[in-house]
Write a protein of this length. Sequence first.
Length: 682
Amino acid sequence: MTATHCPYCSLQCGMRVTRRGPAVPEIGEWAEFPVNRGALCRKGWSAAGLYAGRERLTTPLLRDRATGELTPVGWDEALDTIADRLSALRAERGPDAVGVFGGGGLTNEKAYQLGKLARVALGTSQIDYNGRWCMSSAATAGTRAFGLDRGLPFPLADIEQADVVVLVGSNLAETMPPAARHLDALRERGGQVVVIDPRRTATADRADVFVQPVPGFDLALALGVLHLLVAGGLVDESYVADRTSGWADVRDSVGAWWPERVERVTGVPAPEVRALAALLGGAERVVVLTARGAEQHATGSDTVLAWINVALALGMCGTPGAGYGCLTGQGNGQGGREHGQKADQLPGYRMIDDPVAREHVASVWGVPADSLPGKGRSAYEMLDALGTDDGPSALLVFGSNIVVSAPNATRVTARLEALDLLVVADVVLSETAAIADVVLPVTQWAEETGTMTNLEGRVILRQRAVSPPAGVRSDLDVISGLATRLGSPVPFATDPEEVFSELGRASAGGKADYAGITYARIRDEAGVFWPCPSPGHAGTPRMFLDSFAHPDGRARFHVVEHRGPAEVPDADYPVHLTTGRVLAQYQSGAQTRRVRELPDSGPFVELHPMLAGRIGAVDGAPVSVTTRRGSMTASARVVTTIRPDTVFVPFHWVGANRLTNDALDPASRMPEFKVCAAAVTA
Ligand code: SF4
C-alpha cells in the first residue's frame, strides 16, 4: 500500500494505492493526510480507471510520410528522428525555430527538466505552458501586491477560522469537493460564505450570500465594495499605514463607484452591493479567494488586484485566519509555474532577465550564463506564431492537450498543423497527439515518482505504486534522451530524486526556495511548505505574518480601472458566453473522458428559460452557439440558475474553446476564456 496523491486537481488529495496486479491499482483513503483527511471526490475514487482503458499508448508513433498515418516505431528511431529534424531546423533558422510547451500537471521534476532542456540543450527562448491559461492572472497580481506569488499564503484549513469567506469565480463544491468541508465547518462556527458567480452553482447553493454579476464585471464590483468601505469608515487605517503603500491613490480612484453605478455596470442590485460591503466591513476576519471565473479575462490581473485592494483595506492580508488567496486549478499549477517552464522564469521563481538569477542557475547547470536565452513568448502568443516566418517551426508538447484547451482553438489547431514538426509526449492519443508527427508514450501518475506543489504551496510526493506498461518511458527519460541526441553540453538526470535535489540547488535563494526540502522530509512531514531554504528550516505554512516580500516589507495597493470584457453583446451576438467545469471531468478530459466510472454525457449548453423561450430552445434538444471565432452544437440544459443574458458551456470536450476569445491580459497574457459575445439558436 503506497501513500500518494490524486492524479488530478491542485488539492492533491492524499490517497493510498494498493497494487492488485502489476499495473492494476486500487484506491483507498489516507485519513492522516491533513489536506483532505481521507475524503476524495468521484474523480479521485475512480482514478484506478486510468489503468483500465484500452487506449493506452505503449509504443512511439511516427507519421508515415507516404500514407499520412501514425505508425509504430522503436524508441531509438523516434528520438533519432526528432533530434535530427530539430537539429536541422536549428541549423537553418536558429534556436528559436523550436518551441516547447509544458503543462501544469507535470511534476516539479519534469517542469524543471523541460525548462533546462529548452534553455540548455535547445537554446530556445520559446517555452511556455498551459498554466499561463490557468493561474497567471493571480500570479501576476500576487507578485505585484505582495512581492511574491504563492496561491494560498496559508493552509487551506485556515479558512475555517474566518468570519466571512468570499469566493470570486470559484465553484469549489464541484471542482474540489473535499475542500468544501472547510466552508461547512466555517458555517457551523457561525461564519458566512459569499459566492460571486454568474451562475448559481453547487457552491452558491451552500453560500449565505450569492451575488450574480454579468460575466466579466467582477472588477467593477470590487471597486464598488471598496468605495463603500471608504465611505463607511470601514477601512483599517492603522494596518494600511503600518503594512501597505499606495493607499491614497486607490482610495481616490474608487470615489466615483457608488452602488447605483455598480448596479448599472455589473447587474448586481445596489442594495446587494451595500449589504456585501457592510458584511465585509463588519467582520473581524475575511478571506477573499479568487479562481478562474475572476482570473481568466483580459482584465484578469487587474480584477485580482481589485479584490486584493479590498482585502488590504480591511487589514486582512498577513493576518491569521484572514487574507487573500488564489484557488489554483491544475494538479501542479503552483509548482509548475515556479521552476522554469514559464517564458520569463528560471527555477526558484527567478526572472530570466535578472543577471544574478542567470548566473546562479547557469552555475548549477554547469553552463555559461550568457549561453542562456532570454524571455520568450507567452503560451498563446507562441502558439499563434507557429509556422510563421519568425515563429517556431517545431513544437515539443509535454502534458498538454492544446487542441481542446487553447482559446480560439480552430485558429490554434491550424497553427499546429502548419508546423514542420509536432511532437507530443502523452499517455493516450489525445486530440493534440492525433495530429502530431511523432507521439511518445510516457508514464502516468502511479507509475512514477515525483513531487507536486499543491494550492497551499505544500510540496508533496507522488510515489510509484504500479509498474508502467512495457514500451512506455518516463518524461524524464524522454527529455534526457533528447538532450543527449541534441548534443547537450551537460547531462540530464533521469532519477526523480536526483532531479529534485538539483532543482533544490537551482531554487536556492530564489523566491520559491526548495533547498531544504527532501523526499524523506516530505514523507515524514506530510509535505513541506516553501520557502524552505535549509534542511533545518521548518518550511513556511503561513506567509506575510510579519512582512510582505517587497524590499520594504509592505504590500502594494494598485489603482485599477474598470474596462469590461474585450467583447460585449451586440445585435449579432446578443448574449454573454461563459465556460467552466463539471464535477466528473478534469481539464481537457484526456484522462477523465476515458475513465468508465465517470459519467460522460458530452458537452451541453446551459441557458435560462427566458432565453430558451425567446429562441425556441427545448431542454435536451440541440442548440447552436456561435461567436466571431466559431460555432458548436450541443444539447440545451434549460436552468433557472444562470443569468438570462448568459449561456454556459463546459470546456472538457472539443468545441467550447472554438468559441472563446483570444484577447490577452496585457500583464499576465491570460486569454479571455471566461466571457465573449455569442449568438444562440435552436
Ligand atoms: S478534489 Fe481534486 S485532488 Fe481531490 S480527489 Fe478530487 S480531483 Fe482529486
